[in-house]
Design a protein around this ligand. Structure first.
Ligand code: PMP
Length: 325
């Protein structure tokens, strides 16, 4: 695996090997971190980061919910990411910004009260292949419905991408793996379909897309938003509504979306075959359009500036072209 040799920390670049924390770091004990997962893709004009601004805004939103003050502006975080990717020399990579409550070694504080602990912000990057396997994008994955309920948003807000939420995700993921599945789907506390351990979920019924609403304790996924916008643009109706577990078994097609998982078809749920048991036509169409957008081969819906090119020459070439899509 290729890893960027530098890590951005609170405004400056440091060596990968120096990006370390003390074992008494607040976040390690109490889960006090917020983070992002972003991808940069290889395009004709060099690497381009997908929806960088939206990801950094979500990071700031997550931090705001937890009263964590990140000293850098959204633009500074975006600029740091661009430099990190550019200097890494990688054509494609996964980018991981994280902000957390650290430890002030001069004035240590060990209690739950997070206020005395300083906010540390880092951005690292590495070359991460296909999250659910190379083949998964074509053949689809086998998943189960988890016995674990998705966290309720009035105990841990799912609008925040917080480290602590991923204890719930880990329970879902481990149960799935030990049961011989690639991934688990959680139901919310009312019993309605929520999302995968690290992905949003879409059903296709009679050519229409159906996805759980934000009220189903989901993370407001940026890939989810991209797919909704692409679908509407190509004339596919989208409905955000509550979904019963049984609807997972009866729909025509089913797929996950996420930065890591991209658009991954699901071929069975609880060993019940979904549709024809392979990637459906609507899933394929949306995948194709999505991959064209992320590689800069077609504009984003409404010409939105979804790609941030990291090479200055590419930026110049695309200037005045709605962000270069
Ligand atoms: N839900 C959860 C729980 C996730 O961890 C992720 C991955 N960030 C998603 C949904 C998908 O979000 P996005 O498309 O923004 O990556």
């Amino acid at each position: 695996m290729q890893i960027a040799s530098k890590v951005w920390h609170n405004g400056e670049f440091i060596d990968w090997k120096d990006a370390r924390v003390h074992v008494m770091t607040h976040a390690l004990h109490y889960g006090s971190s917020v983070f992002e997962g972003i991808r940069a893709y290889d395009t004709k004009l060099g690497p381009a980061v997908f929806r960088l601004t939206e990801h950094m805004q979500r990071l700031l939103n997550s931090a705001k919910i937890y009263r964590m003050e990140i000293k850098n502006t959204r633009d500074e975080l975006c600029q740091a990411t661009v430099e990190l990717v550019r200097d890494s020399g990688m054509k494609e990579c996964y980018i991981r910004p994280i902000a957390f409550r650290g430890l002030d070694e001069a004035k240590p504080s060990f209690g739950v009260n997070p206020f005395p602990n300083p906010i540390e912000c880092y951005i690292g990057a590495w070359d991460w292949g296909k999250y659910l396997g190379e083949e998964a994008l074509e053949t689809g994955v086998d998943v189960c419905v988890s016995s674990w309920t998705r966290i309720t948003s009035n105990s841990l807000p799912t609008m925040a991408k917080a480290g602590a939420n991923y204890m719930n995700s880990q329970l879902i993921k481990m149960e799935a793996i030990l049961g011989g599945f690639s991934e688990g789907i959680a139901l919310d506390d009312r019993g309605y379909v929520s999302e995968g351990s690290g992905e949003n979920l879409f059903l296709v019924n009679n050519g229409r897309l159906i996805t759980p609403p934000l009220g189903a304790a989901i993370l407001p996924g940026i890939t989810r938003d991209s797919i909704i916008k692409i679908a509407k643009e190509i004339g596919i109706e989208v409905e955000e509504t509550t979904i019963q577990r049984a609807a997972l078994y009866l729909c025509d097609e089913l797929f996950f979306t996420g930065t890591a998982a991209e658009v991954t078809p699901i071929r069975s749920v609880d060993r019940i075959t979904v549709g024809e048991g392979n990637r459906g036509d609507v899933t394929k169409k949306l995948q194709d359009e999505f991959f064209k957008v992320i590689r800069g081969e077609r504009p984003a819906p409404n010409n939105a500036p979804w790609l941030t090119y990291v090479n200055e020459s590419a930026e110049k070439k695309t200037a005045g072209n709605s962000g270069g899509n």
